[in-house]
Design a protein around this ligand. Structure first.
Ligand SMILES: *[C@@H]1O[C@H](CO)[C@@H](O)[C@H](O)[C@H]1NC(C)=O
Ligand SMILES: *[C@@H]1O[C@H](CO)[C@@H](O)[C@H](O)[C@H]1NC(C)=O
Ligand SMILES: *[C@@H]1O[C@H](CO)[C@@H](O)[C@H](O)[C@H]1NC(C)=O
Ligand SMILES: *[C@@H]1O[C@H](CO)[C@@H](O)[C@H](O)[C@H]1NC(C)=O
Length: 389
């Protein structure tokens, strides 16, 4: 048991350390093509290797944009859009670029009114006074000057890329990253010359919050709770661990619940701070878990005495709820690791922890059956002996 808790602790520390030390390889400052540096602000977009650099003029409410998409080829189109109506793809006012059949990079504007769009050329709902594009070293850039719609500097932005054949722009893939390429942008937040660092620190602190959210939930729902459940299931059969199992179980589950609630709170806060990015399933499972976890905590306080006639129903209820919590936790952690995307190895790390716990479960399950059957057999024999005596 000591060795087990030591191993679990070690794995926890490993995960915590790895989540904190993970960082993005690309950032806003390593932009070899934007050498003239007229762009005072930059946003490292959360998906699709994309960056938006800009320079906002308050006097005439215009903004100069450079949208960079890294890792594309000459048979790709790229798009960056503002959606003044606040929605996703429909209503987006897009800047598009692709290498056309003459071999030249063709930048143009396209308003999107339907999901069946072929990204046809057309005027946007606001004026675009300049547009250009550049392709170099697997990196495509769109340059444009936008006269922003009146009244606001805060918009929903959408970005995307897809394949081109000849002059036909084809539909983008429906991969997770392509479906998550939506966020908010506030052109006014970065105006002074030192704002590049201002936005990157802001992004850094947001990433740190996401990592804290991830670590709290992996440690509580993902590791402590399964260990607490294992203590209840497997230590109970050993007579010598008669009340020890109960204290281990309660300690694990109550600390997991406390840390888990903190993790849940950080998740709700993250969700409320990024209205453009919505992870509905992850959020709903999170809320369900918080409710089930709270019911479990209440169930402990309201449990009938061990010899009460309803106690066996309570046991079934508590265990069924517990197993549901475990399964939902693992599903949501996997989903969360995809959203947080700290790199494949962290997801593999957690799968490693699950395999480790899983093999302990298999071993202990075998032991338990062995003990239970042996005990039954022994008591049957003593019963036989006493009845024949
Ligand atoms: C951004 O990338 C450049 C070049 O790769 C690197 O020198 C710099 O330290 C990076 N900055 C951050 C904040 O990661
Ligand atoms: C907007 O104003 C800035 C200076 O404040 C100027 O450099 C820029 O050319 C103007 N843009 C347009 C489209 O008028
Ligand atoms: C290809 O792009 C160039 C540059 O934008 C443009 O002048 C030309 O008309 C485009 N040709 C076709 C067939 O779209
Ligand atoms: C924005 O305001 C100016 C005057 O302040 C007006 O001329 C223009 O039509 C307005 N544009 C929109 C899109 O409302």
């Amino acid at each position: 048991m000591k060795k087990l808790s030591k191993n679990v602790l070690f794995t926890c520390l490993l995960i915590i350390f790895s989540l904190f030390s993970s960082s993005h390889a690309q950032n806003c400052t390593n932009n070899p093509l934007l050498t003239n540096n007229i762009y005072k602000a930059c946003n490292n977009l959360p998906t699709l290797n994309s960056f938006v650099h800009w320079n906002y003029h308050q006097s005439n409410h215009t903004v100069e944009i450079a949208y960079r998409h890294i890792g594309v080829t000459t048979s790709n189109w790229i798009a960056w859009c503002l959606n003044p109506s606040g929605g996703g793809m429909i209503g987006s006012q897009c800047l598009i670029a692709y290498p056309n059949s003459t071999g030249l990079l063709h930048p143009y504007t396209s308003p999107i009114t339907s999901y069946a769009t072929n990204l046809e050329e057309g005027p946007l709902s606001f004026r675009v006074s300049k547009i250009g594009a550049e392709f170099n070293n697997n990196e495509m850039i769109i340059y444009a000057t936008l006269e922003l719609p009146n009244g606001t500097t805060r918009f929903t932005q959408v970005w995307q890329y897809g394949p081109v054949s000849g002059d036909a722009l084809q539909m983008h893939s429906m991969d997770r990253d392509n479906m998550r390429s939506i966020a908010t942008i506030d052109f006014a937040t970065a105006r002074a010359s030192d704002t590049v660092t201002a936005t990157t620190t802001k992004l850094g602190s947001r990433n740190r919050k996401k990592n804290v959210h991830g670590v709290l939930n992996v440690v509580s729902w993902g590791i402590l709770m399964p260990v607490g459940a294992m203590a209840a299931r497997y230590l109970k059969v050993f007579k010598s661990a008669n009340s020890a199992w109960f204290y281990i179980h309660v300690t694990c589950q109550s600390s997991a619940y406390i840390v888990g609630v903190a993790g849940f709170a950080t998740g709700m806060k993250l969700g409320s701070k990024s209205p453009g990015v919505i992870h509905t399933t992850h959020k709903n499972i999170g809320i369900t878990l918080a409710v089930l976890g709270t019911l479990q905590a209440f169930a402990i306080l309201l449990r009938p005495k061990p010899d009460h006639k309803y106690r066996k129903y309570w046991n079934v209820y508590h265990q069924v709820m517990g197993y549901n919590v475990l399964i939902l936790s693992i599903i949501n952690i996997m989903d969360g690791l995809d959203i947080l995307d700290p790199g494949k190895k962290w997801k593999r790390g957690y799968i490693g922890v699950l395999i480790f716990l899983g093999s302990i479960v298999v071993l202990l399950e075998a032991f338990t059956w062995y003990f239970v059957i042996k005990r039954k057999w022994q008591s049957a024999r003593t019963l036989n002996e006493s009845s024949s005596a």
